[in-house]
Design a protein around this ligand. Structure first.
Ligand SMILES: Nc1nc2c(ncn2[C@@H]2O[C@H](COP(=O)(O)OP(=O)(O)OP(=O)(O)O)[C@@H](O)[C@H]2O)c(=O)[nH]1
Ligand SMILES: [Mg+2]
Length: 505
């Protein structure tokens, strides 16, 4: 067994064993650190003893393993194990190195049932891995913890301790823990398996560097690569968001119908409702598909359950009235931004001249009442149904071509943008060690003081709203694509927004 501390030439991947008392959150800490949300790859469970064997988990960047962690079974009988080691050490006349008693212990009990977990977890440590000791700082220090710390100290390996506060904000035992850990570990740091984010992951890797000087070059390179890869993810996410808005704002659901429709009001209404629903379904699908791409970018594919091959809905319905009440811009902001989309072009024009002036020839569905009153209550997300082919509304065969979409409410692009930003923020703040369902509850926004719009867009600076607005206004069904310059400026704004969300959290 090679246990030399300078183990590993430059080519070798640094190895760290994650150890600790059973059920303290070792596997969860590791899953968060290496971003592994797949339960079949790293098992996390409330049942103690879930990790029964050592398992090697690589931290991979661009398909290359840069660090190796070993998830280990938890200590179950640390006090008895330490007693055996102490006895062995005394028998040897106290002159041998402490680690020799740890080695003798593993030799003695390997393959037996007496100290199955202890021998398994100590093997990689004696094999040369650095040590990451995980404790739950929300619970008090117990005698078996002291025995674990003592055994780990005896191994002589570089070691750091992690306080994973399972109980939430502050368990009140951190000070006590730090005192004890300070005596046996080179370094003690807090890292929460359920709340740690990108920056904290990077910081933890930097700490590994402090205890494993021998691997400085590899770890520094790893941190650089991770930083670069994170930036790439943000850029990819900006692409997805631009794509989502472009696709949704230019989408319509169309159908050719017979020409006598003008005389059949009930049939017309039914058709308008069918087309509107078809349009809503298509938009929901686009939104879900693009959200899913974000899940992939942030390695969270496993966080969303599948229902018959479709990802389960994590955000509630896009067209729900409540969503439109809290997301998007206020009336005043909309007017100032001058953003109009699709059918709202006409309505906004009417608003500008103080009310509806003879209606809009292309609109045949729903009431076309006065201005913003249209977008209250149920009608908040009402879909415009239009005939884009000819002013007369006739197709060549004497039929009529009806198209549904987008919603009349000019807040549509901003609602879409706010939703995807919420999604993004939840994604980047979700730790991979969590195994509960990924749910975003927009009703959280409904609480608090006062009413009104509480999404991100209503808090943008007016110059940001204008830049985005210019691009969004050009995105309309059947219209030419926006100017490349406007699109590129919008992309940059979105990338900046994403960056600021990372800094805020
Ligand atoms: N709330 C909360 N729960 C946590 C945290 N870390 C771990 N848990 C929970 O604690 C339980 C045990 O977590 P594991 O990661 O499986 O612990 P382990 O130390 O690997 O357990 P064994 O492999 O059985 O020794 C699971 O139910 C986790 O979801 C945390 O930071 N916060
Ligand atoms: Mg485990």
């Amino acid at each position: 067994m090679d246990r030399s501390s300078d183990r590993g030439s430059q080519n070798e991947v640094p190895q760290f064993a994650v150890v600790g008392q059973v059920n303290e959150g070792k596997s969860s800490v590791l899953a968060t650190l290496v971003e592994e949300g797949d339960q079949s790859k790293i098992r996390v469970s409330e049942t103690p003893g879930e990790t029964a064997r050592c398992q090697s988990i690589g931290l991979e960047i661009n398909g290359r393993k840069v660090l190796e962690f070993i998830d280990t079974p938890g200590f179950q009988r640390a006090r008895q194990a330490l007693a055996w080691m102490k006895g062995h050490h005394e028998k040897a006349g106290d002159t041998r190195a402490l680690v020799e008693s740890v080695e003798a212990f593993v030799e003695e009990f390997r393959g037996t049932r007496d100290f199955e977990d202890e021998t398994r977890l100590l093997e990689p440590v004696l094999g040369g891995a650095g040590l990451v000791y995980v404790v739950d700082g929300s619970k008090p220090v117990r005698p078996h913890h002291l025995a674990e710390m003592e055994i780990l100290r005896w191994t002589g390996r570089p070691r750091m301790a992690i306080l994973n506060n399972k109980g939430g904000e502050s368990g009140g035992f951190e000070a006590e823990w730090k005192k004890h850990l300070g005596e046996s570990f080179n370094l003690t740091r807090e890292f929460n398996a359920h709340r740690a984010r990108f920056r904290e992951r990077i910081r933890l890797l930097q700490h590994l560097l402090e205890i494993e000087e021998g691997h400085r070059a590899v770890i520094e390179e790893t941190i650089r690569l991770l930083e670069r890869e994170w930036e790439q993810r943000r850029n990819d996410a900006a692409d997805v968001i631009v794509g989502l808005l472009e696709e949704c704002l230019t989408q319509q659901a169309c159908r050719n119908v017979s020409g006598d429709l003008d005389h059949r009001r009930d049939k017309r209404e039914q058709l308008v409702e069918e087309l509107s629903e078809q349009y809503r379904q298509e938009i929901r699908k686009i939104e879900q598909r693009q959200h899913r791409r974000l899940l992939d970018i942030f390695h969270h594919k496993q966080a969303v359950g599948e229902v018959e091959g479709q990802s389960a809905d994590v955000m509630g319905d896009l067209f729900a009235r409540e969503v439109w009440q809290v997301l998007g811009l206020s009336r005043g902001q909309l007017v100032m931004t001058g953003v109009v989309s699709g059918a709202a072009v006409g309505l906004m024009g009417d608003l500008a001249i103080g009310g509806l002036s003879g209606g809009i020839p292309t609109l045949i569905g729903g009431a076309v009442g006065g201005g913003f009153a249209l977008w209250k209550g149920k009608a908040l997300a009402e879909i415009a149904v239009s005939n884009p082919l000819s002013p007369s509304g006739k197709t060549k065969l004497g039929g009529v071509r009806l198209c549904a979409g987008p919603p009349k409410n000019p807040n549509f692009p901003w609602v879409l943008l706010d939703r995807v930003l919420f999604y993004y923020e939840h994604l980047i703040t979700r730790a991979h060690g969590r195994r509960d369902a990924f749910v975003i509850d927009l009703s959280e926004l409904e609480g608090g003081e006062g009413k009104g719009h509480r999404g991100y867009s209503s808090r943008f600076s007016s110059s940001r709203r204008k830049k985005l607005g210019k691009w969004l206004s050009a995105l309309q069904p059947g219209k030419q694509s926006p100017l490349a310059e406007d699109e590129s400026q919008a992309w940059q704004e979105i990338a900046l927004i994403l960056k600021s969300l990372e800094d805020d959290v």
